[in-house]
Design a protein around this ligand. Structure first.
Ligand code: XIL
Length: 553
């Protein structure tokens, strides 16, 4: 006999479920709508009286207007979060998130109780930062992942709201929703709510994830051996899971460290502040985060794409300030050029000395073009000026070992207007002889025109650039047949890429941005080749089929 869990639909202020014995609930709950859920495991306690077998589970909800306190919000990282009076807030009170030293510092909301459910999240924010992001963090099998739920464009003197939905995997642990922004400005939150969409599924513990045997899968690196490298983005945590390691080794011959080589992972604020004189012209750098992934690549004969040296995101704001004090003045051009050159020199030299020949290319500058046109007005742009991209490539060429390929990397780089802006930006760098390749990130979805993409790819190649598809993932809407729709898109995309390459377009590497959907940075869009348990999706079969078809033709 199964234990029945009687789930009373009560509202809980803090997103946590409360387990009570049904016998203890008073008659008031009887008027509340209830649902019964069969427990996952068969009960061995068959003789238990009904009243003791029933558990009332409060359906979790977060519904904060911050009139009476923080609710369940906590400061994230070094940030503090506390309720304040705020004339702009609808009810005169808001949660103020401040003392943000790194851009990821913000506010956390425990979301453990929503495991295995689809949630609808809404929030209302104001900030001098131009955008505030709500994301979710969780781990699956010890691998952490961070997924955006929605972004709100914000201004200082009025609140703007946004909303988004997310299906939290049943295997997720340590589930936290958080508020952050790229800049260090204070964030005010007038309201924040999280509701379960549809029927509540009560999963007090993460469901075990049992990986399938992947050893019989055809190998992508073998299928594409004569055409281009096949790569994958990794994280440190992933390499603790044998099944992931096995699949990576079997399928890929190139690796991109998905986060570990980024400035926020390398820069050491504490050491920098402890000796300002020593570090004034280059913040302190620590390399402990990259070794595990680089050792793995080396041991398995893979090459590494270095990602990334100069970027506006995942780069702490404090490096742009005189004396590294974000409350002070921005550093001037001369100082920022020194910091840029010294940083680039230190990173590429360290890689060369410690892992000679392993990092075959660098994304020297990432995402410098603005979606709205022209160049992104990042802190690099503000402090150095519009030649910062050109200078970065000059320094990279000067300090990188001979033969290292230097790439510009961006998303939506297939879009006509953005492509024009990118080409305008890199044309002088091509003339300087300081750039070798174009990295097309390729975070796509099944609505993107493959022919538009391929036309853009050819145009970059015509500039004499080598092409890398650097961060391929293809999102799809959850509708009937979504897996097949996505599989067909992957097939077509890879077929066209192969044909272009065989027709002389210099495509030399294709990297997928992760292994299984639940750990993708776009987990909601299910954009990768493997299911959570590493089953091959039609997406994987599509990539296999493209190579087989083109080879057979
Ligand atoms: C993503 C990582 O995959 C996430 O884990 C991280 O939280 C955010 O960054 N463009 C890039 C990549 O160049 O570095 C980004 O990677 C995805 C967008």
């Amino acid at each position: 006999m199964s234990i029945l869990l009687l789930c009373a639909l009560l509202l809980s202020g803090c997103g946590s479920t409360k387990d009570n014995n049904a016998a203890e609930t008073n008659s008031e709950t009887a008027s509340v709508e209830t649902v019964s859920v069969t427990a996952a495991a068969e009960s061995e306690v068959t003789e238990m009286p009904v009243s003791e077998q029933e558990t009332v589970v409060t359906v979790p909800e977060i519904n904060e207007d911050f009139t009476t306190g923080n609710g369940c919000a906590k400061g994230r990282g070094k940030a503090l979060a506390s309720v304040c009076d705020d004339e702009f807030a609808s009810d005169g009170k808001a949660l103020k998130i401040y003392h943000r030293i790194e851009s990821w510092n913000g506010a956390d909301f425990d979301a453990e109780a929503f495991r295995g459910n689809t949630i609808d999240v809404t929030g209302s924010f104001r900030s001098a930062a131009s955008a505030v992001r709500v994301s979710i963090q969780y781990s699956v099998y010890g691998s952490a992942c961070y997924v955006g739920v929605f972004t709100v464009n914000t201004s200082e003197d009025k609140y703007s709201s946004g909303s988004g939905s997310f299906a939290i995997p049943a295997n997720a642990e340590k589930i936290v929703l958080y508020i952050e922004s790229d800049s260090l400005d204070d964030i005010y939150c007038d309201s924040f709510s999280v509701k379960v969409s549809g029927d509540y599924r009560y999963l007090p513990e993460a469901q075990e994830l049992v990986f399938v045997d992947t050893s019989s899968y055809p190998s992508l690196k073998e299928l594409y051996r004569d055409d281009f490298l096949m790569g994958v983005a990794t994280t440190n945590d992933m390499l603790d899971t044998e099944d992931y390691c096995g699949l990576i080794k079997a399928q890929f011959n190139s690796m991109t460290l998905g986060n570990s080589f980024k400035p926020d992972s390398l820069l050491d604020r504490g050491a920098t502040l402890a000796d300002l004189d020593k570090y004034m012209e280059c913040p302190a750098i620590k390399f402990n985060n990259v070794k595990k992934e680089l050792d793995f690549a080396k041991e398995n004969g893979m090459t590494v794409r270095g990602h990334t040296l100069v970027w506006h995101s995942q780069t702490p704001d404090w490096i742009f300030y005189k004396d590294y004090d974000p409350n002070g003045e921005l550093a001037d051009r001369e100082l920022m050029l020194k910091r840029m050159e010294n940083y680039i020199a230190a990173v590429v030299t360290w890689a060369d000395e410690n892992y000679p020949g392993l990092v075959s290319c660098w994304d020297v500058v990432n995402e410098a073009a603005d979606d709205g046109g022209g160049m992104r007005k990042s802190l690099w742009y503000q402090t150095v000026g519009e030649d910062y991209v050109q200078r970065a490539f000059e320094y990279a060429r000067k300090h990188a070992p001979e033969g290292t390929k230097l790439f510009y990397n961006d998303y939506n780089s297939y879009q006509t207007k953005k492509q024009k802006d990118i080409i305008d930006m890199i044309t002088p760098i091509i003339a300087d002889g300081n750039i070798d390749g174009m990295g097309m990130q390729s975070h796509l979805n099944t609505d993107v025109s493959v022919s538009l993409y391929m036309a853009a790819l050819k145009r970059y190649a015509e500039l004499g650039l080598e092409i890398h598809v650097t961060e391929l993932d293809i999102g799809v809407k959850r509708a009937d047949g979504w897996k097949e729709t996505q599989g067909e898109y992957f097939r077509k995309f890879m077929e066209e890429l192969l044909k272009a390459e065989r027709n002389g377009v210099n495509v030399t590497s294709v990297t997928v941005w992760g292994l299984n959907d639940c750990l993708s940075w776009k987990a909601a869009d299910l954009p990768l080749l493997f299911d959570d348990d590493l089953s091959r999706k039609p997406a994987f079969d599509g990539v296999v089929q493209a190579a087989e078809d083109v080879n057979a033709a």
